[in-house]
Design a protein around this ligand. Structure first.
Ligand SMILES: NC(=O)c1ccc[n+]([C@@H]2O[C@H](COP(=O)([O-])OP(=O)(O)OC[C@H]3O[C@@H](n4cnc5c(N)ncnc54)[C@H](OP(=O)(O)O)[C@@H]3O)[C@@H](O)[C@H]2O)c1
Length: 254
């Protein structure tokens, strides 16, 4: 849609985007959506190049542009490994995460470290590597994927929820610091979204019924509900939005 003053609300032609964890689920839909609006999207996964290629081919089959890379974000120096493969980008979507479900008294040190490493520490590392180019160009978009658990922690995901809350604080801090460089930094927090991650849990009818009772809209979201929200934050339609948490949860946080 063309506006009177010349900017196009939803259009990403000429932009390069990296979506971490885009082999499946929410990340995959975000990648497909950004590519559909003109961005060249880099698909990323933890280890399997063929899995990334499937998404890349799906995007290419629609006549849109994609590439793919692998890097395990739990590894030391994963940021440099990833940056070395992608080069500079205009849009960074920090979507990959690790979620280990268990009661707080059973959490092991290595499980704590892995979640902090992938969900929080790597986010800062990637922003440190990718933001300088965005700053030099005077245009950039960074979207972190959070969780409704920032508002409603789950008893079996204490560390996971903590990493998302820490990442949100980083989003607010950097939104203020990077705004003068033309870079917006936002969070998009999904509620219950049907993806491979929670397929087994949601197939348990009793469990699913209890979950849906806690969602005012009464149903699980689709990954597409999240991709539209990220598109808004990445395009000119969202150019005046920075430092927010866009919660996509059917009202679950209320
Ligand atoms: N689904 C929900 O209801 C929900 C709710 C709240 C928040 N979220 C958040 O939304 C995001 C996407 O969730 P989802 O349900 O779509 O997840 P998912 O289906 O489990 O997919 C996770 C993605 O992250 C990648 N990944 C996992 N560990 C990685 C690692 N160590 N290094 C690099 N990549 C790694 C996976 O790549 P590989 O396939 O290559 O391993 C995959 O592409 C996450 O940040 C999650 O916390 C989801």
């Amino acid at each position: 849609m063309q506006e009177g003053d010349g900017f196009i609300l939803f259009e990403l032609n000429g932009k390069r985007a990296l979506v971490t964890g885009s082999t499946q689920g929410i990340g995959k839909e975000i990648a497909i959506c950004l590519a559909a609006y003109g961005a060249k999207v880099i698909i990323h996964g933890s280890s399997s190049l063929p899995k990334c290629r499937e998404v890349m081919d799906e995007i290419a089959a629609k006549g849109n542009k994609a590439a793919c890379v692998v890097a395990d974000l739990s590894e030391e120096d994963c940021g440099r490994k990833l940056y070395g493969q992608t080069g500079d980008i205009d849009i960074l979507v920090l979507n990959a995460s690790v979620q280990i479900r268990k009661p707080w008294y059973e959490i092991k040190p290595d499980e704590f470290d892995r979640q902090v490493r992938v969900n929080y520490k790597s986010s800062l590392e990637l922003i440190q590597l990718y933001a300088p180019y965005m700053g030099r160009k005077g245009w950039g978009r960074i979207v972190a994927v959070g969780s409704v658990q920032q508002y409603k922690p789950h008893k079996d995901m204490l560390v996971y929820a903590g990493t998302k809350e820490a990442q949100m604080n980083m989003v607010k801090n950097l939104a203020k610091q990077l705004a003068p460089k033309g870079i917006t930094v936002n969070n998009m927090s999904p509620g219950v979204i049907a993806t491979p991650r929670n397929e087994d849990a949601l197939n348990d009818t009793e469990y699913a019924k209890k979950v849906y009772e806690g969602i005012p809209l009464g149903f699980a979201g689709d990954a597409k509900d999240c991709s539209g929200a990220v598109l808004l934050l990445c395009s000119d339609a969202g150019r005046y939005i920075t430092g927010i948490d866009l919660v996509v949860d059917g009202g679950m946080h209320l």
